[in-house]
Write a protein that binds this ligand. Structure first.
Ligand SMILES: [Zn+2]
Length: 83
């Protein structure tokens, strides 16, 4: 699978990717289905890496999911540079 973003070393929680600035896409490796993650269904403490373990494709039922985090931009400037 081609990867245009290096998401393989991410160990962050969903809270590190606020919904207003990031869309988390879920790709099913089995059937190719893709959709944006429904955050309401995911406990906040779940890390991005754990997501692939708890997700199940709603189309084919496969657990072979890939996660891709897409920066969609924020209304303000919310970089984590503040101390
Ligand atoms: Zn699927």
């Amino acid at each position: 699978m081609a990867q245009d973003q290096s998401t393989d070393t991410i160990k962050n929680s969903l809270d590190d990717f606020p919904a207003e600035a990031f869309t988390i896409m879920v790709f099913c490796d089995a059937c190719g289905r893709r959709c944006s993650l429904d955050r309401a269904k995911v406990p906040k403490h779940v890390t991005i890496q754990d997501l692939t373990k708890v997700l199940r494709c709603s189309s084919c039922g496969s657990r072979e999911a890939s996660i891709r985090i897409i920066y969609t931009g924020a209304a303000g400037f919310h970089h984590n540079s503040a101390p």
